[in-house]
Write a protein that binds this ligand. Sequence first.
Ligand code: GDP
Ligand code: MG
Length: 696
Amino acid sequence: MSKSLNIALLGNPNTGKTSLFNSLTGLSQKVGNYPGITVEKKEGICMLNRTTKGHIIDLPGTYSLNASSIDESVVIETLLNKTGKDFPDVSVVVTDVENLKRNLLLFTQVKDLGIPTLLVINMADQMKRKGISLDIPVLEKALDTKIALISTRDNKGLEVFKETILNYRKFSTDPSISIETIDKEYFQNLGKAFPNQSIYKLWLVVTQDVNFIKIDRKRVSDATDFKTVTPSYLKRLQQKETIKRYQFINNVLKQGLKVDRESATDLRSRFDRVLIHKFWGYIIFFIILATIFQSIFDWSSIPMDFIDSTFANLSETLKNKLPRGVFTSLLTEGIIPGLGGIVIFIPQIAFLFLFISILEETGYMSRVVFLMDRGLRKFGLSGKSVIPLISGTACAIPAVMATRNIENWKERLITILVTPFTTCSARLPVYAILISLVIPEGSFFGLNYKGLMLMTLYLIGFGMALFAAWILSKTLSIKSKSYFVVELPNYKIPLLKNVGITVWEKTRTFVTEAGKIILAISILLWILASYGPGRNFNEADQIVLQNYPELNQEEMEIKVNSYKLENSYIGILGKTLEPLISPLGYDWKIGIALISSFAAREVFVGTLATIYSVENDVEDTIKNKMASEVRANGEPLFNLASGISLMLFYAFAMQCMSTLAIVKKETNSWKWPTIQLFGMTILAYIIAFLTYQFLA
Ligand code: GDP
Ligand code: MG
């Protein structure tokens, strides 16, 4: 039987917790969510020696134990809940050698909880360049702890780390500061009322909204109740605590840390002079962005075309090889295209995250946040929302996944909710065909109307995203703290291991989590389109043969297919929908296209093609067919009014099951995708309605 130790990794953001976690656990990681909330939970297994397993949890970054965001309360709950299955046998506070002073605040707090605590000083590789020297034995003595000096970048110190941690029972658990000295009377009263509790834990409960050790708050306030104990008095005590901790830390560092600025060779300020420059900073950022998105489009189009044709060929081959029947058509028209619809997103997701994690790893992302923060904050977004908003022009799915970088939950949620407004590439074929149908030739200041219309649609998408964000930031009541310090970490060469794990993790999550839902809906849509009630559907062959005896076999087959689609459940649904959508200028055929667009928007053209029973040379013939469709009164179905109304509908409606699936996954609830589905679609309906009524 091997033993298993619970090891919790804690630390300020950007100290290298995740890098250490990756080095220790490799690919044996499990990423989930804490129950009921959306904070990401990462755990993994690491063999500490032959017989002892470490169960390692990478806790969210936190500056102190004075929680004010959900992320931070997860940390406190893990540390205080003795009966929880993640309660650490030993906690590891990860610090960065360059920011020791600030990082040690958290260390002293964790140690004061009485949990055996190991101090990891990471980024040892930077010491020489920064002119930093440490006297580890002196620091160990002054902090009364064990220290592991490591560099996850150079893979140094990890073996010593593992050995040290095995001796966790010998770690001192004495508090760093005696909290009682801040206010003797107050803490004595507290101690008398709860003689079996540690004073510092009690103090955390007093100052926290969340009560993890389940002590009776009323008894606390009774025990300490004298006139002066007001909330502002408690705040002041908390400040005194922090000051006391920093006094302790300063004293420790005076003994064990030396920084020789002369010998430091720092490139940072030279880079930053340009990269966060008020003018050049933006220019460089947009050049980098343009390059990234250009390459995502370029590079992923090759594998995407390949995936597309592979799945199409697979369907085709199986259709010809297998005996005709329900199973074959379920497989070739439902399951395989459904799987294809999942796999096809992989290249874009992988490339986007390759770039994002490189930007993160190098430290450049923090500069982007710094640059964009002020502008976006006006709309309730974060500087980090730029990446999702811009990635959304390719596809909302990787974009929504990219919001993981936004620490603040409210800003992240708003970004997730508004990202689908940006014009994704699936809308492009829809816009293209409608524009060519209904927008007249001609130009305005040398810009042709068609091009202007397309540009307007893109701008409307961004505009609506920002506007919706602003509304949401005013209406959503979510408490979540935003750090006003934007940290500018040092520039670094990216760690390939971190980049690789990020890309793998994102892709895998998409395929396994969102994939399930996408596949299920694809099959549902297939059922709706392949079955229908009554004679019209089931005897379509004979009916078409009777009515159109002159058609050759190929034409006949196409006609039968479109006749079947018209009388299938989805066709009936389209007709049922007609009264609802005719005020927008649409007929039931467009209704079918709207429903099946839910699988993916670009299906619009293909669906209409099937209904209008055209096959070859889709782009051209479908256009002529669409142009010649008329209403009962003889007017063309697609005119300026209905065309613009339809484009605006596509601009605003939430018609993408894959996006809903990923939003469900990222927000860990059906609430937000449901709100998105109805909110966006109702908005689209109203705008399309007004447009059509106004223009018609
Ligand atoms: P977390 O926020 O604490 O999880 O930190 P991460 O693991 O994401 O690391 C933050 C940054 O520090 C990344 O850019 C890492 O590549 C970098 N980093 C991590 N460990 C080291 C190290 O030992 N040396 C150096 N130079 N950089 C490191
Ligand atoms: Mg991390």
